[in-house]
Design a protein around this ligand. Sequence first.
Ligand code: ZN
Ligand code: ZN
Length: 142
Amino acid sequence: MKRPKAAEAGNLGMNNITVDQREKARGRQQRWRAAHPKEYVALHREASRKWKKANPEKHREWCRLHPDKHRTSVRKWMEKNTEKAAAHTILNDAVKAGRITRPDTCPCGNQNPEAHHSDYSKPLMVYWLCSECHKKLHRKDG
Ligand SMILES: [Zn+2]
Ligand SMILES: [Zn+2]
């Protein structure tokens, strides 16, 4: 009977474990990412901010090599975030002034709903949803 060489067997075993572990780790990461979209974005943003700070030349180089991408991403970020920030400010003011009533519960019954804007250009048109329903809704929208 021919047995595999110890080194080969060891290597195969090692590789199997590594691939398997890598798959599992990836699965865990994806599940975590799906369950914590906000945290994931924050982490990602933080990481890229750190990277830009640590590699300013590389970041500049990237911007220089991809001026269009750089411009579009900056513009998109500005548009998206100023509109979003403005919508939240307007809504918060309206809630404070009593023009909008924030319900105590989500339609599902959970407490402390948060505002969901279906359209940031209509800051007072909001759905009050708990974080679970809110996440579900965004996952559906994509
Ligand atoms: Zn939302
Ligand atoms: Zn809910």
